[in-house]
Write a protein that binds this ligand. Structure first.
Ligand code: OGA
Ligand code: MN
Length: 293
């Protein structure tokens, strides 16, 4: 295939045109795409028309797909495809997850082996809103003041899925049962320790690996010290718009991103019956680690 790769943001995004995900990717093309993914951790392949099965087949060329535990929102045509949507059926029930990604995070950092990459395919965009925001955490770490770097050196942070344990987030009223769900996770889910500075498994570059959504504490540090430190780190993370990229979706975009060096967030700003529908596949990842440069 003769496809083009073009940078669309210095925060690490590129778009790919002239590519057809329905055709098995040849070895040379896959190698080129994989290199592009290391150079730009946010890639957008434009103008696709993918069934859930075709999306999953494309995604499996990048690694094993994660099994989705929220089976009610899996696509009936392929259980590895999760539906994110604000659509409702005639009986009022929800078709997909409505509040996915509503705070800044890196996907599944609250589990021991978070997913390596996430692929989101845009089936239907709302007339307004529905953007996805990204922050390049390599750039955030590179610019971290030395004093803060020293305070986090060699440390791990605690990540947890329960929103009820995290004062930096709130629970969306739009999702039925969300408050009970998170309450039930408080004790049923073990907290996970992750390096605050994460070494990328392929590029070897270091990135800051914490998020307002999942990071709730710092290991072996009293909260009186840890919470203000986290606040300082998050303030720094948001301090330069040049580290951010906002994706304005077109129907048929397939966007995939690297969870080892990015935070992202759903921007919201749309309301039913203006619908947004995404199909999501995630690639299995390894245990995050830190290795001195
Ligand atoms: C996700 C996610 C954001 C969005 O799928 O992991 O955070 O804009 N999605 O849908
Ligand atoms: Mn996400």
């Amino acid at each position: 295939m003769t496809f083009a790769v073009k940078e669309i943001s210095p925060a690490g995004a590129a778009e790919i045109t002239g590519f057809d995900c329905r055709v098995p990717t040849g070895a040379a093309d896959l190698a080129r795409l994989k290199q592009a993914f290391l150079d730009w951790p946010i890639l957008c392949i434009r103008d696709q028309r993918l069934t859930p099965k075709q999306q999953a087949t494309f995604a499996r060329q990048w690694g094993a797909l994660e099994r989705q535990d929220r089976s009610t929102y899996c696509h009936p045509d392929d259980p590895d495809v999760l539906i994110l949507s604000n659509e409702r059926r005639a009986d009022g029930s929800q078709v997909g997850i409505v509040d996915a990604g509503d705070f800044w995070h890196s996907d599944s950092s609250h589990i021991g082996e978070p997913c390596r990459m996430t692929m989101l395919y845009s089936v239907k965009n709302p007339d307004k809103g529905g953007d996805t925001h990204f922050i390049n955490m390599y750039q955030v770490l590179d610019a971290l003041p030395d004093a803060l770097k020293q305070r986090v050196a060699g440390r791990n942070a605690i990540h947890h899925v329960a929103k009820t344990l995290n004062p930096r987030v709130t629970i969306s009223a739009e999702r039925e049962g969300a408050a009970d769900y998170y309450k039930s996770r408080e004790k049923a889910t073990k907290p996970v320790s992750q390096p605050i500075v994460r070494t990328h498994p392929e590029t070897g570059r270091q990135a800051l690996y914490i998020s307002p959504r999942f990071t709730i504490a710092i290991e072996d540090m009293d909260d009186r010290e840890a919470q203000p430190l986290l606040d300082d780190l998050f303030r720094h993370m948001f301090s330069n718009p040049a580290w951010q990229y906002t994706h304005k979706w077109r129907d048929g975009d397939l966007v995939f991103w690297d969870n080892a060096c990015l935070n992202h967030m759903a921007g919201g700003g749309y309301e039913y019956p203006d619908t947004r529908r995404m199909h999501r596949t995630t690639i299995v990842g390894d245990r995050p680690f830190y290795r001195a440069a």
